[in-house]
Write a protein that binds this ligand. Sequence first.
Ligand code: GLN
Length: 390
Amino acid sequence: MDSITALLSGAIEEVRPLSGGAPASYIPELADVDPEHLALAAVGPRGRVWSAGDDDVEFTIQSMSKPFVLALALVEHGLDAVMAKVGAEPSGEPFNAISLEAGTGRPANPMINAGAIATTSLIGGDTIEARTARIIDLLSGFAGRELRVDEAVYASESATGDRNRALAHLLKSYDVIDASVDLAVESYFRQCSLLVTVRDLAAMAATLAFGGFNPTTKVQVVEERVARDVLSIMASCGMYDFSGEWLLRVGLPAKSGVSGGLLAVAPSQFGVAAFSPRLDRHGNSVRAVAVVEGLSDQLGMHLLEPHESIAVPVVAVHPGETGPVVRLSGELGYAGAERVFAVLRELATGLPAGSTVTLDAREVARAHPGAMAALQTEFDGLPLGFVIEQ
Ligand code: GLN
């Protein structure tokens, strides 16, 4: 067994004894599941999918579809038009709460049902089939394989979906949704009934982690900004009324679903997904929460702890024909520019005035405008000639 698979296997064995919670039963078809299922998967920058446990068991995506349908709405309409219909504030309420802004009826965020129904209603198409086809197309791009609807779960959701239908009628009465209630709600039920495995979810999470680029298929599925917007909302609202505590303890944008799945995103590092059907009182999987929390601790993934390498370039100095060449690679952020200054100042002290330094920035993967401006100001203050190669 390779070391990453061993790490994942070890992580699930740690949480296997947890027996609290119960599978969702408000959708009859969801109750019909083996509560002992347990699986974990991760996808890194090279696109290899690592997994352990019941990694080939399919379950419905449920609320984990919400961030990806939000991505589609952002692609189709842009952030401002989407925000006109749904907010970006944690509601602090359960997933099926009637959480609508006083006066406007705008749902608090797209990760609770009211907001997700509003988001789904924005997807173009005249029929349920046409809307669902667009949704399946994009979500399949995130997963890296063609996803399909579990018709039995869909029928069960639709037959018992009166609360969601009621939410949609309320949204319609406030003109938050323009589509018919039927179009909005049935498309939403179908999106929730898409079948996935933890491996699919890990690929979907990884696509968000790498700025909309799916590392398993090497396809840019959505623009980087769309992925960033989705992750921002997942970070504050992805775990229902546990979102604040999740950010505190785990520190990663994430989304859970009532089937017992959970996906979490470590930006620029990897996507991870876990599955275990027993849910806690927030509707989050007991063992999936525990296993991702453990991994975050073990691997130092919390976004808000210091990460040395954030936007700090690698700096190497080589002799060149006209003077020293300072070669930068990696990412150049504002804080990273400070380290480059230190190297330049030290170089300057050892060189006769009027010497020329070449700054070779061709290997810089990403240079933030503020950092480049700061470098230019620094050059202007040194008694040396500078050539920047970009
Ligand atoms: N289909 C479910 C619903 O709307 C999804 C909810 C969830 O996963 N939390 O009730």
